[in-house]
Design a protein around this ligand. Sequence first.
Ligand code: DI6
Ligand code: FE
Length: 406
Amino acid sequence: MTTVLSNARLATMSPDRPGLGVIENGRVMIEGGRIVAVGEASEIAIPAGAEVIDCEGRWVTPGLIDCHTHLVHAGNRAREFEMRLAGASYEEIARAGGGIVSSVRQVRQASEADLVLQTLPRLDALIAEGVTTVEVKSGYGLTVEDELKMLRAARQLADKRPVAITTTYLGAHATPADYKGRNRDFIEDVVLPGLKAAHAEGLVDAVDGFCEGIAFSPEEMRLVFDAAKSLGLPTKLHADQLSNLHGAALAAEYQALSADHLEYTDEEGAAAMTRAGTVAVLLPGAYYFIRETKKPPIDLFRKHGTAMALATDCNPGTSPLTSLLLTMNMAATLFHMTVEECLLGVTRNAARALGRLDTLGTIEVGKQADLAIWSVESPAELVYRIGFNPLYLRIWNGHIAKGILS
Ligand code: DI6
Ligand code: FE
């Protein structure tokens, strides 16, 4: 079956075109879930019998990609939210046994089926806004079996919704109470065996860690990254979020796909990331929600040409956010990123942060046919509006999805 999008204003995000890669009166031809032709309407004839989607002058972008989420989790942490409103800091809550470890308790009590059921509404919120690929991390199980349970639940999501799911092993997210003060023992006893078991079951697309004073040191993260390397798995890192432990430079040293958060990253870290091709994944939802005051060094990333991506960081503690459109507005409003940087951040650069730029993130021949059609006058409206969803149609892997389930 051939499908042609006509009367479309294409924001292709192609690196071969300037800016958003705009084709004002464009067509896209789709066959077998792949894009087989993209260009000016005058260049692309509509084959007889093709299914035609008349976009009526609407804007078309690549399907949006949320490249950093903790989407699979159980329960919520609204009570801690109230504590923070009363003045407790994120680190104080973490040191008092709240934070990540309180989500651990809830995940350990949940079955795999429970986790899937609790996650689907969050996934549906992303899909409703034109998201076609979602990265999902483990990290709330912190035992081998519970980390596997989380990753199996993440894999199940792709069987229940028309969306692509990539999984990231985040066993090095926090040290559970029974290993308090014994990070290395936890890494040896749980994190590394969990990684091996998850990899053996085909549950891991990348490996991540929380490099921070309240979590794991750079030296401890090296143990995890060396294991990932030996398994041929790419890496990512929650880096320099609350302090500068030079996590960005560590991620770059391992040619990590991405380093994420980066509020405290310095120029040396930004330059190292660019040299290594490591994408800066910025997470304005966490910055906003924990009322951070130190913005990530956008100007340094611009100066050094570091690719910047954006993601929701959807998690129950620091970013209970399930809107990539709002994430873009936060990045523009709080971090002063441009409309172009924001839109590239949830398409082309987000695909890069997942190591999937070969198949996703732009409207180019050969890419997977993941597209979003928007009822907007200009792409800027996708960043400008707060809490408004102008999605007209979503196409995933060539399938036209009218609603969430189709
Ligand atoms: N940094 C964060 O902001 C989240 N994880 C991380 O490494 C917090 C996760 C949580 O508080 O549940
Ligand atoms: Fe995160």
